[in-house]
Write a protein that binds this ligand. Structure first.
Ligand SMILES: Nc1ncnc2c1ncn2[C@@H]1O[C@H](COP(=O)(O)OP(=O)(O)OP(=O)(O)O)[C@@H](O)[C@H]1O
Length: 390
């Protein structure tokens, strides 16, 4: 019989808690219990960076206790340091049936990634999904979601089976980009992704009411992301594109560590500031050993609809030069285009609404480059486990 979250908690009843609770099984420091297909169990113990080393014995005892459960193939326990601004460090774990969010304001954009070093391999794939690709950006507003949506559609146009997961829990844009506002059906305790233009699509925005401000603490983000990956019936896919939350903080790291990502695509605009953020994004993925598929320069130039002249409003070639400097591939440029914005706002991104346009072709070339990298076997790495360094 499959291992449940309750089984894990019961096994941890014999392990001491770091916070005065009767046991780790009952401790609010225990969070993000995820049982992956195949019996891999992952959970985290909240701590502060100062106490991390002292908790190593508890971490090991927890690992051994859960490993002894019948049906458990592998156990990964992360010590995680909460950095949510202005919030208590150790929220209670999410009850199995609770929704994946709470209310409040948007979490401050995380700055630099917490110190991590790769340890033993962890991370699981999603059964039936060949490649999981994260589309990320160092900062918000550079067109990451627009790129993710059009990239997914352009991969689909090449005859691939493609899914799109909107992991941007702070500001889900996928419902707008695809004019999807239904609630996913639940069949046998698994959510059915919605479908549009042949893509399977899942967004946290389908589960919460539009306009609801959300505050997420790190562990909630982890639970939500894990759930969206493992409790959604994705079926057979060649590529699952994941639209990441902007930034290089805990949510991004979680995704990179929890999931066997084939690689990441970093979106940037040509401005220096955006490029500096993109550099941080590349560094973060490298730190956790996720291959960088390449960098996309969005809003690269303005193409005059009348005379076809290309005007480079924010300078030119910044992302290409940056990619070269960082030793990562440059995947291509997307112009600043009114049509790209209007079609996105109207719920039918340019690749489906105007597939023959130059704008759509730009996404087509990027999709070809991404697929070429994936087919060359760039992916296939196993994610490392996070360990906090003192
Ligand atoms: N190439 C482009 N040309 C014109 N407008 C664009 C282009 N790319 C994105 N936009 C527009 O810029 C705005 C921000 O784009 P998008 O939501 O994709 O950015 P984001 O990086 O995902 O933002 P956030 O991090 O806030 O979710 C949207 O209005 C979108 O339509």
């Amino acid at each position: 019989m499959a291992v449940t979250e309750d089984d894990v908690r019961r096994a941890l009843a014999a392990v001491p808690a770091p916070d005065g609770a009767p046991s780790l099984g009952q401790s609010p420091s225990l969070s993000n219990i995820a049982v992956m297909p195949g019996g891999r169990v992952i959970f985290s113990i909240e701590t502060t960076p100062e106490r991390a080393a002292a908790l190593e014995s508890i971490r090991r005892a927890a690992e051994a206790a859960v490993k002894a459960l019948p049906g458990v193939s592998d156990v990964l326990v992360a010590l995680t340091a909460e950095k949510a601004p202005g919030s208590a460090p150790a929220p209670a774990p999410r009850p199995a049936s609770s929704p994946m969010m709470s209310r409040g304001a948007r979490e401050a954009a995380p700055g630099a990634a917490p110190p991590v070093r790769p340890a033993q391999p962890s991370g699981a794939g999603v059964p039936g999904v060949k490649h999981i690709v994260a589309v990320a950006s160092g900062k918000g507003g550079v067109g990451k979601s627009t790129t993710a949506a059009n990239l997914a559609l352009a991969l689909k146009a090449q005859g691939l089976r493609v899914g799109l997961m909107d992991a941007d829990v702070y500001g889900p844009s996928v419902p707008t980009l695809f004019a999807l506002h239904a609630r996913p059906e639940v069949v046998d305790k698994r959510m059915k992704p919605l479908e549009a233009h042949g893509l399977k699509i899942m967004s946290i925005g389908f589960l919460v009411d539009a306009g609801t401000a959300m505050i997420w603490r790190g562990p909630m983000v982890m639970s939500a992301l894990t759930q969206m990956l493992t409790e959604v019936d994705w079926g057979e896919l060649d590529v699952l594109i994941v639209d990441m939350p902007p930034g290089t903080g805990d949510a991004q790291l979680t995704m990179a560590q929890r999931v066997k990502l084939s690689g990441s695509v970093i979106v940037s605009t040509p401005q220096d500031l955006a490029l500096a953020d993109a550099r941080r994004g590349v560094a973060m993925f490298r730190k956790v050993d996720v291959p960088i598929l390449g960098i996309v320069e969005n809003m690269s130039y303005y193409s005059c609809p009348n005379c076809g002249h290309h005007a480079h409003l924010f300078g030119h070639g910044g992302a290409r030069a940056e990619a070269q400097a960082m030793g990562t591939p440059f995947l291509g440029e997307v112009p600043l285009s009114l049509q790209i914005r209007e079609t996105s706002d109207a719920g039918a991104p340019i690749v489906v609404s105007s597939p023959e346009s130059e704008d759509a072709k730009a996404y087509g070339r990027i999709a070809e480059a991404v697929w070429a990298r994936l087919s060359q076997g760039v992916g296939g790495r196993v994610a490392p486990r996070i360990v906090i360094e003192r």
